[in-house]
Design a protein around this ligand. Structure first.
Ligand code: T5A
Ligand code: NA
Length: 242
């Protein structure tokens, strides 16, 4: 377990749930709410389909490519690691190196490249991150295929642990009734039932479970209440998933 500075920082807020549980709708509402309160906030999502790893994931999800279960699992994890860990300073011509020199985020490697912890830098700069899906999706969807859950968790160790996980709880049958279902690889009722069980296996006291069948505005309000304590004067150290 790794802990860093205990100064006030941004919060790491994760939204999880089955496909069509309302994560994307609620993430953007939460973003507006926190910005309205004057908190610097960014919305991230996984998979991040904009990277080259993300494009491989996207092709897989839309059935344009076929990958072994373990291979795609590791790609989803790599897609989080590439946002967790670093940008290599030397690759960025216009990079504001000076700005980062005092920030403790730099560590030099023996090959001479300097790396910056992107996610950690944002949090330490006081930016709250709302993340639409994270490690728990990775573990739930892959273990639902029958992969060993401990094997699935292993590549997630060392990613930053969220301050709170907001789980949008919806019966798979209800989610299937919502618009647009059926386009991507995992959007099948029988599979989503297994995913729901694999989410339950990961749920602990850091999770806030919210009934996702309520009207959108009611869920929105409950999410606001749930995060409020977590965004004001966050002083506990940033920890890693262990
Ligand atoms: N995956 C992902 C892995 O296998 N491993 C991993 O590591 C990761 C990160 C990614 C897929 O990849 C898998 C999981 C997924 O299968 P995605 O791009 O994240 O997929 O897509 P989804 O999360 O499935 O996004 P969806 O768009 O399906 O669902 P959301 O974001 O949960 O739902 P949202 O907000 O888009 O809403 C869906 C519909 O429901 C309505 C909305 O208007 C919309 O039509 N709705 C409601 N209707 C009634 N009442 C409410 N309260 C409603 N809230 C929303
Ligand atoms: Na979504």
């Amino acid at each position: 377990l790794r802990a860093s500075s205990s100064e006030s920082r941004g919060a790491l807020i994760v939204l999880e749930g089955l496909d069509r549980s309302g994560k994307t709708s609620q993430s953007s509402r939460l973003l507006s709410y926190l910005e309205g309160l004057g908190h610097s906030t960014e919305l991230w999502r996984f998979p991040d389909r904009s990277t080259s790893v993300g494009q491989m994931i996207s092709a897989y999800l839309s059935n344009k490519s076929h990958l072994d279960d373990r291979t795609i699992h590791l790609l989803f994890s790599a897609n989080r690691w590439e946002k967790r860990v670093t940008v290599e300073v030397s690759l960025y011509k216009n990079f504001d190196y000076q700005k980062f020199q005092d920030s403790n985020e730099l560590f030099s490697r023996s090959d001479g490249f300097t790396q910056i912890s992107l996610m950690e830098t944002q949090l330490k700069n006081g930016i709250t991150l709302i993340i639409d899906r994270y490690s728990y999706s990775g573990v739930a969807f892959s273990s639902a295929k029958g992969l060993d859950i401990e094997w699935c968790k292993a590549p997630e160790v060392g990613l930053l642990a969220p301050d709170i996980v907001l789980y949008l709880d919806i019966p798979p049958e209800k989610a299937a009734e919502r618009g647009g279902y059926g386009g991507e690889r995992y959007e099948q009722l029988e599979f989503q039932r297994k995913v729901a069980k694999c989410y339950q296996a990961q749920c602990d006291s850091s999770w806030k479970v919210i009934d996702a069948c309520q009207p959108i505005e009611d869920i929105e309000k409950q999410l606001q209440d749930a995060v409020l304590d977590h965004v004001t004067d966050v002083c506990q150290p940033i920890e890693d998933i262990d």
